[in-house]
Design a protein around this ligand. Structure first.
Ligand SMILES: [Zn+2]
Length: 476
């Protein structure tokens, strides 16, 4: 057994799902052209004053509620002073002296073992811009400067990378279902700083810690933790110890971490209260309003799906594993599709289509009105399922309208029994050898006959009717 234990604390940055920035009315939307969403206020022009975004405060309260935190009665904003090209004002507006909440916790489960991760605090702050290094130049995009974030600071409660992953997944579920953030790690709306140190088992003082900043993929976080803890253990074994508290950069391609700079002490930032923003009183009434408006969390939804709607646990888990799929589920339900059909169409058809394109389930954007129309065409036996599957793909890629598409392309299911019977007879008479094989006990030729018949009907026949007629003709 190893004689060391790893101690990890996390700072998770999550962009709040507001329309506009934290202290101005610029759009906070991801994906705009560089420097499209900027104004004199978020560019730090002289004389401009910040105006706080009420929605961001509400989302901060929601983050506090879902993490069981103690919300403080009066919170305030401070200036964190440092110079860097991605920070146009020369300071970041954050909460240092009176953050929105403290002392929360999140319960996780790893390999069947439950563990409580305690939180030091959550504070609201503005994001910085983004530097892009390209063709030997450094470019800066200020669209993200001033976008609201919450930073969730955990205590150093983690001992393994497995616990870290379970916690990040739980935070993502809690915050995305509460509507606080879309928590898309690949778009940078959820990022994580990992603080790690190693000490001998049984000792209580923390070893020298190193920090890896801005990690935005679970896989990379796991690799970085495994690498960094081994680096610390090697140093301890060689007696060289990790002497400097430093910030390191994880290079996922090289599979190594590199030193960036010595960690600044908190005093280096010259924190002081921002005189332009008055303190906020968070009334009990406001907290209750936010609490009452919170949407159903993932675990409650899971219970409802399995206990009330009789959806198998494995499928319910897939639906509540993603806020996006869960929203699609709700939208189809609202259109009157049965729970069983809804789950089947999402899990079997929609997801298999997505897996083929290798996309994240959070990125599926589908018109649920058209999706519901399509399912209703199948339920009403107007088209068959394999035909519907093709149309689903067209709704996704081209936004086709299913009713019109079926009409324009003459795809209505062939239900004419006489016609199907004729085709069945024709296929049997064209394939006497296969009929003989069937009579000798080869069941597999049924699939061959089905394929031939469906082909002759242009894939439009009702497969159940075909099978029934075929079996009758073969004398099953
Ligand atoms: Zn602005």
């Amino acid at each position: 057994m190893t004689k060391y234990e790893t101690v990890i604390g996390l700072e998770v940055h999550v962009e709040l799902a507001t329309q506009t920035k934290l202290f101005c009315s610029c759009s906070a939307k991801f994906g705009a052209d560089a420097n499209e969403n900027v104004c004199p206020a978020c560019m730090g022009m002289p004389g401009m004053l910040p105006v706080a975004n009420r929605k961001a405060m509400e989302l901060g309260i929601a983050a506090a509620l879902v993490t069981n935190s103690e919300i403080i009665p009066v919170m305030s904003f401070d200036k964190k002073n440092y110079f860097y090209p991605d920070l146009p004002t020369g300071y970041q507006i954050t909460q240092f002296f009176a953050p929105i909440c403290r002392n929360g916790y999140v319960d996780i489960s790893v390999d069947g073992e439950n563990k409580r991760i305690t939180l030091k605090q959550i504070h609201i702050e503005e994001d910085a811009g983004k530097l892009v290094h390209r063709h030997g130049m450094s470019l800066v995009d200020y669209n993200r400067a001033g976008v609201p974030l919450v930073e969730i600071v955990s205590n150093p409660d983690f001992r393994t990378s497995g616990e870290v992953v379970a916690y990040l997944e739980k935070i993502r579920s809690l915050l995305s279902f509460a509507g606080v953030s879309d928590c898309k790690m690949q778009e940078g709306s959820m990022r994580c700083d990992v603080n790690l140190s190693v000490r001998e088992f049984g000792t209580h003082t923390l070893g020298t810690r190193t920090e890896m900043k801005n990690m935005n993929s679970l896989k990379a976080i796991v690799r970085a933790i495994e690498y960094e803890q081994q680096r610390h253990i090697d140093a301890l074994n060689e007696g060289t110890e990790i002497l400097i508290q430093e910030t390191r950069r994880w290079d996922d391609i090289a599979g190594k971490s590199y030193s960036m700079r010595n960690k600044e002490n908190a005093t280096d930032y010259r924190y002081f209260p921002n005189p332009d923003i008055p303190p906020f009183r968070i009334s009990k009434q406001w907290i209750e309003e936010v609490r009452n408006a919170l949407p159903e969390p993932a675990d409650k939804k899971f219970q409802r799906l399995t206990a009330e709607l009789n959806i198998p646990e494995s499928e319910a888990k897939i639906i509540v594993g993603s806020k996006n799929l869960s929203d699609i589920f709700d939208a189809l339900q609202a259109k009157g599709i049965s729970p069983k059909d809804t789950v089947s169409w999402i899990v079997t058809d929609l997801l298999s289509m997505e897996t083929a394109e290798n996309k994240s389930v959070d990125d599926i954007v589908i018109d649920c009105g058209k999706f519901a129309d399509l399912i209703m065409l199948v339920t009403a036996k107007k088209i068959n399922r394999s035909c519907a599957k093709r149309i689903l793909k067209l709704i996704y890629t081209d936004g086709v309208e299913p009713n019109r598409y079926v009409k324009d392309n003459n795809l209505s299911m062939v239900n004419d029994t006489d016609l199907i019977e004729q085709i069945v007879m024709q296929v049997l008479s064209e394939n006497p050898d296969s009929v003989k094989q069937y009579q000798e006990g080869n069941q597999k030729v049924i699939a061959f006959f089905m394929g031939q018949i469906m082909k002759k009907t242009g894939g439009k026949a009702d497969p159940n009717a075909v099978k029934e007629l075929l079996c009758a003709k073969l004398g099953v």
